[in-house]
Design a protein around this ligand. Sequence first.
Ligand code: CA2
Length: 148
Amino acid sequence: MAATIYVLNGPNLNLLGKRQPEIYGKDTLADIEAACRALAAELGLELVFRQSNHEGELVDWIQEAREKAQGLVINPAGYTTTSIAILDALLTCPFPIVEVHLSNIHKRESFRQHSYVSLAATGVIAGCGAHGYLLALRHLARLLEARG
Ligand code: CA2
């Protein structure tokens, strides 16, 4: 049976491609979803791709993933630096988690540089733009294959 990967996106990422392209790139979230779906098909993965502006909804989806997924990619956006609730939910997940940021948060304001989510992440990708999501999917596929 194909492994299922959840790709979760936090607040304001629905605006991608419409504002601040110099920081976040020209791709819309729909473009990123399409690229992730194409790669997932190639890798033989089932994909669930979602975005929410609400912390509790993201927590609900992480809990859902806990039951249904074998891996998770998350761009927590503005919740990266604030959400102990998202961290706590991620810490209950028994599978690998890759944290993705479109921009290089380490080159930006200092308040963006501390991530609660990183405490639960297997790996972190920042500054690779939309391609970071594809790198994350490839990494999860590789880990799942190695685990058999
Ligand atoms: O670089 C990233 O992916 C971030 O997670 C994006 C977050 C930011 O708070 C993090 O520090 C880094 C912001 C997402 C907001 O997305 C927008 C997209 C287009 C226009 C305005 C905001």
